[in-house]
Design a protein around this ligand. Structure first.
Ligand code: PLP
Length: 399
C-alpha cells in the first residue's frame, strides 16, 4: 500500500478509542455494558436552534459563506463577549468546523518544526496529538489534584524555553472538571509577562457548565494585558448539545486570526452555512435551556462524586465544571482480582471494571495522569446509579 507520513504513523491509537472499541464489542456480543467513556451531552439540540437551521435552509442559506464565518454569527460572538465585559471586533473572530478545527488552524498557523507547546497534565489527549501532527513538541507539565489540577506559576516558569510558542489549557477541564478562577489566571501573568514570546491558548468550551458558586471568567476578561497574545477556543458543541453540527470559534488578535484563516481557506473553507445559522441562534437565544441543563449536570456530578467517595480506595474531589470527574484510584492498585491477577495500573483497573462490572471508563494514563480514571457523567441518572453500584461491588471484590 501507500507509505504513510511520519506525522500520522507516530500517533498511537488513543486509550479512549481502545476502551470504547472494547466496550462496543462486548455490547454487540449481548453483554450489558454501561459506557461512561465519551464526552458528549446526552441532551438533544434545543428546538429553537433546530428551527433556526430549518429557516436558514428555507431562506436559501445553503451556499459557501465568507471563509471565517458569516457576519451574523460573528456578531453573535461579539455580543456574547460583550455580555462578559470583553470588547472584540468581528475581525478578531473565526468560525470553524468545531473547536477542534480552531485548535488545528492555530497550531498550523504558528508552529514551526520543533516549536513547543506547554500543556498541563491531565490534558485532553487531542492536544498532544494535534501539536505533534502540526510538527510541534508537546511539553507536558503535571498538576496536582490537591491544587484542583490548576497549573502553578512556578511549574509554568520551569517549562518555558526559547522554543515555547504556547501555553494551552482547558478550563473547565476535560478530563478533570478543574477550572481556573480569576485569581489563578492572574497568578500566571507575571510569568507570561517575563516571556513575551509565549501565547496563551485557552480552551473554554465548557464555560457554561460550572457548579456551586464557581464564577467562570474568560482568559480574555481576566488577562486584558495579554490581549495580543491570547487565543480563546470555544464553540457550541457542549453548551448547546450541538456536537454533530461541527461549529466552533476562535477569538484572538487579528494577525493570528488572519493566519488561521489562510489555513482554513485551504483546508475546508468556512464551516457549514446551516450550522453557522444554528450557532448564531443558540448564542443570541434564551439561556434557560443552558441553565436547566447545567442544574441537571450539577446534580449528576454530586451523585457521582458521592458514589465514588463511598468506595474504599477511591478519592474523588468535587470539580468546578464540565461533565467529568477524575478520581484517584491509587488506593486500589496492587490488589488482586477474584481471577487472581494483580491490578497494577489505572489501565488494568479500567479493564477489570469493564470485564467484572461491565462499566467502561477511561484510564488516567490516556490523559497523562496515571493513577486516576475519568468518568463522563453526561449520561442518564439511572445509568450512573447502576454504574456506581457496579464499580463499588467490583472494587470491593479486589483483595
Ligand atoms: N476541547 C475540549 C477540551 C473537548 O473536550 C472537546 C470535545 O471533546 C473539544 C474541544 C472539541 O469540541 P468540538 O466538538 O467543538 O470540536
Amino acid at each position: 500500500g501507500i507509505g504513510l507520513a511520519r506525522r500520522v504513523s507516530d500517533i498511537e491509537v488513543s486509550l479512549i478509542v481502545r476502551i470504547s472499541e472494547l466496550a462496543a464489542a462486548r455490547k454487540k456480543a449481548g453483554e450489558d455494558i454501561i459506557s461512561l467513556g465519551t464526552g458528549e451531552p446526552d441532551f438533544d439540540t434545543p428546538d429553537f436552534v433546530k428551527a433556526a437551521a430549518k429557516t436558514a435552509m428555507d431562506r436559501g442559506e445553503t451556499k459557501y459563506t465568507a471563509n471565517t464565518g458569516t457576519a451574523e454569527l460573528k456578531q453573535a460572538i461579539v455580543a456574547e463577549y460583550a455580555r462578559q465585559g470583553v470588547t472584540i471586533a468581528p475581525a478578531n473572530v473565526i468560525a470553524s468546523a468545531g473547536a477542534k478545527q480552531v485548535l488545528f488552524n492555530a497550531f498550523m498557523a504558528t508552529l514551526d518544526p520543533g516549536d513547543e507547546v506547554v500543556i498541563p497534565a491531565p490534558y485532553w489527549t487531542s492536544y498532544v496529538d494535534m501539536v505533534s501532527i502540526c510538527g510541534g513538541v508537546p511539553v507536558t507539565v503535571p498538576t496536582r489534584g490537591e491544587d484542583g489540577f490548576v497549573l502553578a506559576p512556578e511549574a509554568l516558569e520551569r517549562a518555558i524555553t526559547p522554543r515555547t510558542k504556547w501555553l494551552l489549557f482547558n478550563s473547565p477541564s476535560n478530563p478533570t472538571g478543574g477550572a481556573y478562577d480569576a485569581g489563578q489566571l492572574r497568578a500566571l501573568l507575571p510569568v507570561l509577562a517575563r516571556h513575551p514570546h509565549v501565547g496563551l491558548m485557552s480552551d473554554e468550551i465548557y464555560e457554561h457548565l460550572v457548579y456551586d458558586d464557581f464564577a467562570f471568567v474568560s482568559a480574555l476578561k481576566a488577562l486584558p494585558e495579554m490581549a495580543e497574545r491570547v487565543l480563546v477556543v470555544n464553540g457550541v458543541s457542549k453548551s448547546y448539545a450541538m456536537t454533530g453540527w461541527r461549529l466552533g470559534y476562535g477569538v484572538g488578535p487579528r494577525a493570528l486570526i488572519d493566519a488561521m484563516a489562510v489555513v482554513q481557506g485551504q483546508a475546508t473553507s468556512a464551516p457549514s452555512s446551516i450550522s453557522q445559522a444554528a450557532a448564531a441562534a443558540a448564542l443570541n437565544g434564551p439561556r434557560d435551556v443552558v441553565a436547566e441543563r447545567r442544574e441537571d449536570f450539577w446534580r449528576r456530578r454530586d451523585l457521582v462524586v458521592a458514589g465514588l467517595n463511598a468506595v474504599e480506595g477511591l478519592v474523588c474531589d468535587s470539580p468546578r465544571g464540565a461533565f467529568y470527574v477524575f478520581p484517584d484510584c491509587t488506593g486500589l492498585l496492587g490488589r488482586r482480582t477474584p481471577q487472581g491477577t494483580i491490578v497494577e495500573t489505572d489501565a488494568d483497573l479500567c479493564e477489570y471494571y469493564l470485564e467484572q462490572a461491565g462499566v467502561a471508563v477511561v484510564p488516567g494514563t490516556a490523559f497523562g495522569s496515571p493513577g486516576h480514571f475519568r468518568i463522563s457523567y453526561a449520561y442518564a441518572q439511572v445509568a450512573l446509579e447502576k454504574a456506581l453500584e457496579r464499580i463499588a461491588a467490583a472494587s470491593a471484590a479486589l483483595v
